[in-house]
Design a protein around this ligand. Sequence first.
Ligand SMILES: [Zn+2]
Length: 223
Amino acid sequence: MFLGHFAVGLASKRIAPRTSAAILIAAALFADILWPIFLLFGWEHVRIDPSATRFTPLDFYDYPWSHSLLALLTWATAFALLYWRFSRYAIGALMIWVAVLSHWLLDWITHRPDMPLYPGSALFGLQLWSSIKWTMIVEFSMFVAGVCVYLRSTRARDKIGSYGAAAYFIFLTLVYVANSSGPPPPSVSSILWVGLIGGVILLLWAWWIDSHREPATASRTTG
Ligand SMILES: [Zn+2]
């Protein structure tokens, strides 16, 4: 899943308005942020196989440290505690914890059975990816919902907050469509570097637009 993880991060902003959307998105995408790093170090492995699923040409046959439920529980707790240590914002820390864990649930729904509960366990997956149509419907509905929640719970302070945010959402949509309709990646190292560099750009961009928006209730008077 791709857009669905962004949707979780964006929607979390409503519950944790003081946490940057970039951090919430990083939490929801955390497994996919670790994954290219672990590939780089040779701790995890992937194969390009156009017959793997209808939707993705990747065979995720070994990724227990980034994508098992137990590993994500550990990462979620570490990320949330670290955030709490510096921010003392409990709701933000809680949403980070939930968002990191949500990754397993969403990937379990989309992937074929390749999601471990713990390193070496049996593998699970409901294979939404066996249908391109339903993959698109689910991901786009989640994304639209996430964007709407984010836009309603925050307000642009300037043009970066409004047009920059619109450009971000359009860009994510285009990346998703290009990714799902384009040819398979040429090599594992291309996946790895696109993942690493793309991840940094998308998180910095989220941080940039989010810092030009404020909670929608910030200056609203009550009563
Ligand atoms: Zn993933």
